[in-house]
Design a protein around this ligand. Structure first.
Ligand code: ZN
Length: 415
């Protein structure tokens, strides 16, 4: 057993499916009544544990097809079932990101501990203190209960479907983009920045991707889960997803809701994030090139402040369902003329460092190349051009999280 020495960190227990079954059996000996959450697919991935726990009234196995949606209503139903199940329950979730997010949220509502048994290294949900759920028609991240333990079963993780391992490695590639944007924000806006967490997250992500580049998809599965655990812990320590998610996640979250995927396409989080990274890397390359050549700002600070103040008048019809979300994210943000001037000065003074940070785009491209060679393209959904454009045009409003897109806007290169 490897312990990560923080009170809120789950114990990461290296085991096997058989070992996990013994572990959950021991919960009864410790006086707990385990309650199982799984779906048809995840139950089939770890029958040893499911057979141990799946008794009527103390388990909920959802249909696996169509894929379970991370809806808050499902979390509420789960907490009702847990509360009805009896005394001293302990929630055990056998699944990947969606089920784990539902379980962590329900565990907090029902005030019970939760143990996670990941069936795929596909997301960084396992150790994080927030759940990604659909609430009121948009992606949100309410607080949740951190698992007391994560059972890392090598035999289960290494047998995960290819697209789930690829999705996890794609989600890890996002940490390289997040590393750039977080420090750029600290330089330009003064946002608090934790260099150690930023570097640790990016380092672990690079290491997992290196396992893919130098080995096979299967050999990268456990390194990916370990790196995703680090990312979850880092988010928990920072109290936000800043070390793990930036503009690429904002694009992916819009597509998740706005794009009508047909059933033959997969809209797995990490795959959408990977598609978004392709777009973001290309755009960041051109912003970086402009910075490195010392391109002058376009338009006056007054023009930028006016464009910011008048964003509501420019919302195109397809984006109107997201106006409420954009209002929420923009509340309390002010970008007046004086602030634009101050930021332009900060960008000019620090452009060397910003360009240096963009060196991580090379790492992101190497990661995309390794993912391409591993066949991720076969699983990525085609995002209609209009939604690629809309996501880029509105990224600054969909999430109040400073990125190179803000640098581009403030320099007047988009207006
Ligand atoms: Zn993610």
């Amino acid at each position: 057993m490897r312990r990560i020495g923080r009170r809120t960190a789950p114990d990461l227990i290296d085991t096997s499916a058989a070992g996990a079954a013994r572990f959950v059996r021991s919960l009864r000996g410790a006086g707990y009544c385990p309650f199982l959450l799984a779906d048809d697919h995840t139950a089939a991935a770890c029958p040893e544990v499911v057979d141990e726990l799946s008794a009527p009234g103390s388990s909920w196995i959802l249909p696996g097809t169509p894929r379970v949606v991370p809806a808050i209503e499902t979390s509420r139903e789960l907490s009702r079932r847990i509360e009805a199940a009896g005394t001293t329950p302990m929630l055990v979730v056998v699944g990947a990101g969606t089920l784990t997010d539902i379980a962590k949220h329900a565990a907090l509502s029902a005030d019970v501990p939760v143990i996670a048994l990941p069936t795929a290294p596909s997301v960084d949900a396992y150790a994080s203190a927030r759940s990604a759920l659909r609430i009121d028609g948009y992606h949100r991240t309410p607080s949740c209960r951190v698992p007391a333990a994560v059972l890392s079963c090598a035999d289960v993780i290494e047998a995960a479907p290819d697209e789930l391992i690829l999705a996890g490695l794609g989600d890890l590639t996002a940490k390289l983009i997040a590393r750039i944007d977080w420090e750029v924000s600290s330089i330009v806006t003064g946002e608090p920045f934790d260099r150690a967490q930023a570097d640790w997250c990016a380092f672990c992500a690079r290491s997992a991707v290196a396992s893919l580049r130098h080995g096979t998809l299967r050999s990268a599965a456990i390194p990916a889960l370990d790196a995703l655990m680090v990312s979850g812990l880092s988010m928990q320590l920072i109290g936000a997803s800043r070390p793990a998610a930036s503009a690429e996640h904002t694009l992916a979250h819009l597509w998740e809701i706005a794009v009508p995927f047909d059933p033959s396409q997969t809209d797995l989080h990490g795959l959408l994030v990977t598609t978004a990274i392709r777009t973001v890397v290309e755009r960041y390359r051109s912003i970086c090139a402009a910075l490195s050549t010392g391109k002058a700002p376009s338009g006056s600070a007054h023009d930028i402040a006016a464009a910011e103040a008048g964003w509501r008048d420019r919302v195109p019809v397809e984006m109107s369902p997201f106006t409420g979300k954009m209002e929420e994210e923009s509340a309390g943000r002010s970008l007046g003329e004086t602030e634009v001037t101050r930021r332009r000065d900060a960008i000019a003074v620090n452009r060397g460092r910003i360009v240096e940070l963009c060196g991580a785009l090379d790492d992101a491209e190497r990661a995309l190349d390794a993912l391409d060679r591993a066949g991720i393209g076969a699983y990525e959904a085609q995002i209609p051009d209009v939604w690629v454009t809309r996501a880029i045009d509105w990224v600054r409003y969909l999430r109040n999280r400073y990125s190179l897109f803000d640098v581009e806007f403030e320099m007047g290169w988009t207006v």
